[in-house]
Design a protein around this ligand. Structure first.
Ligand SMILES: Nc1nc2c(ncn2[C@@H]2O[C@H](COP(=O)(O)OP(=O)(O)OP(=O)(O)O)[C@@H](O)[C@H]2O)c(=O)[nH]1
Ligand SMILES: [Mg+2]
Length: 315
């Protein structure tokens, strides 16, 4: 029995890296793994509905990229027999046990969406994974657009996020980023076409990852990267992941949402109902109309609050 980390999964076939020897091996999921009874507190009890989450249940554990596993090296198929508890887990991208995530958005092609950015930040705050914001394709915008971008991005920096503006095709603009990866397990995530694979190719040219052909790069092309895979980089690991077009909130409740807009807390001291203010219909709210908070953040908060609340009422 030996321990390994899953670094790739394609069509039910796993590639694992033995933790001791560093050797890469093909592996399969053992039949024994398939059904496990988990209690309320198990990280594998991740049923999307909040009601069922409370009950112990029998679930199918599918090992995923990033999992630390025990496998049987005496069997030629290297069957994975146990998946160790995950320190964190995401579904989009489908990965476990990361230290941080690079959230990539392009300035254009596709246009930067602040709704998607705030949505992504909420999901990472809830999963307790450190987000690092990357804005790519800044070589494709003019000075005026650049100034507007800087103004908005300054706000995200001010509230405590790490933000980098890059041209993925120009290694010089990536120099500041290199230290970010040192000794960490990092996933690169974002909409399709923003340049995730291009960034990794610039950092590690030997990877030769497939990227979207420039002639098709109209901003809404189809997915080029089809699976999540971890690569060695700067003493750590970095994952290229498939892009997506939609993201849902999973288990987040509307009452906890305000905690994931990390700057709201300090302002709520000025609300009539202090920490019990949800910044929706309460009188004397110091968040809802506060000019110090970026307007799009305040609007997105309301939008998400209603989205989550409406969804709950269906159950
Ligand atoms: N000008 C410019 N083009 C870029 C930049 N980053 C990526 N591109 C181009 O954008 C297109 C999409 O890049 P990809 O790396 O394939 O995008 P991706 O995020 O990996 O997309 P999926 O794998 O589909 O999720 C390619 O044609 C890249 O050459 C950038 O910073 N500047
Ligand atoms: Mg890609």
């Amino acid at each position: 029995m030996r321990l390994a980390r899953i670094i790739k999964l394609i069509g039910g076939l796993y590639t694992i890296q033995d933790l001791k020897s560093g050797e890469l091996l093909d592996a399969v999921a053992s039949g024994k793994l398939r059904f496990v009874r988990v209690d309320e507190y198990s990280p594998f009890n991740v049923s999307v509905s909040r009601r069922t989450k409370k009950e112990p249940q029998t679930v199918q554990i599918s090992p995923k990229v990033g999992d630390i596993v025990r496998y049987d090296d005496e069997d030629d198929n290297n069957p994975i027999q146990e998946v160790f508890e995950r320190k964190n887990e995401l579904f989009r991208p489908d990965i476990a046990n990361i230290d941080q995530i690079l959230l990539m958005f392009s300035a254009v092609l596709p246009d930067l969406s602040y709704i998607l950015l705030d949505r992504f930040l909420v999901i990472m705050e809830q999963a307790n994974i450190k987000p690092i914001i990357i804005i790519s394709k800044i070589d494709l915008i003019n000075e005026e657009e650049h100034n507007e971008l800087e103004r908005n991005i300054m706000y995200y920096k001010k509230i405590g996020y790490d933000v980098h503006l890059v041209n993925n095709l120009d290694a010089e603009t990536l120099e500041d980023l290199e230290d970010v990866f040192k000794d960490k397990v990092t996933a690169v995530a974002g909409q399709t076409g923003v340049g995730k694979s291009t960034l990794l190719n610039s950092l590690r040219p030997d990877l030769e990852l497939r990227t979207q052909e420039p002639s098709k790069a109209l901003g809404r092309g189809k997915h080029t990267t089809r699976h999540t895979e971890l690569f060695l980089y700067k003493g750590g690991l970095v994952a290229d992941t498939p892009g997506f077009s939609k993201l849902s909130f999973g288990k987040i409740t509307e009452t906890e949402l305000k905690e994931y807009f990390i700057e709201f807390g300090q302002y709520s001291l000025g609300c009539k109902f202090k920490n019990r203010c949800y910044h929706i219909n309460e009188p004397d709210c110091n968040v809802k109309n506060n000019d110090e908070i970026l307007e799009s953040r305040r609007n997105n908060y309301q939008l998400f609050y209603n989205e989550i609340k409406d969804k709950k009422e269906i159950y």
